[in-house]
Structure formats: structure tokens, C-alpha cells
Design a protein around this ligand. Sequence first.
Ligand code: AMP
Length: 125
Amino acid sequence: MPIDATQPYDDSNIFAKILRGEIPSNKVYEDEHVLAFHDINPLAPTHILVIPKGPYVSWDDFSAKASDEEIAAFVRAVGRIARQAGLIGEGYRVLANVGMNSGQEVPHLHAHIFAGRPLGPMLAR
Ligand code: AMP
């Protein structure tokens, strides 16, 4: 069920539990502001999720409320993770779902990094 991106942050969401170490994740990167791990249900040969450590529901919430430092850390981490995974030559896709029409399921901002095969059109036709 897609989430309403205007809802308040709910710290019982699955990524909040991963951040608190209550459930495991297959970590690929961590710094002061950012955690990245492999998606549990990969939709491409490489499918990594990048999340801020702060409590932000969506891109909307994050872009409105996060500090410049958090935003810079998040954007740089997405680039660094893709670079470290060797994805620059073959290319990759960064995608963030926001709210109902996008199908966002987890109410904690996450950027998907997809790679490893031609990814097709941006949207189903
Ligand atoms: P979205 O539809 O943009 O909200 O994407 C949520 C993503 O989180 C999906 O691709 C799920 O497969 C992924 N996901 C859900 N639970 C976990 C988990 N415990 N560990 C890693 N990825 C997860």
C-alpha cells in the first residue's frame, strides 16, 4: 500500500529499524549521515538503497527540513556508492519514489540505485 508522503515520520518503519540495528541489512556504505544497503527484493543485478540517517519521510520532507550538511552528504553518498561499485562506465539509474502515485512503500526517504543491465524506459509504456 503506497504511503501518503505528507504523514508525520513513523519510527516503526522498516528502515528506522535497520538504522537502530533491530533488523539486519546487507550494508554497502555508511557515514555520519547516510546508510546504504542492498535491496531485499532486487529489481536489477545491482539494486542498492541509500537512506539518510535522519527521520525524513520522503524527498519532500528531506528537501524542506534537512540541513545543508545532510543534503550534501546524501547526494555525495549516492555518487560515491555508484562510483565504488564500478557503475560509471556502464551507467545506472537513481530513483526516489515520493508518495501515492509513485508507489512509495517505506515511509523513510530512500534513493534506489539500479544497474547491471540495460534498464529500459524510465516508465512503463
Ligand atoms: P519503495 O517502493 O520506493 O518504497 O521501495 C521500498 C524498497 O524497500 C523495495 O524495493 C523493497 O524491496 C525494499 N525493502 C523492504 N524491506 C527491506 C529490507 N528489510 N531490506 C532491504 N530492502 C527492503
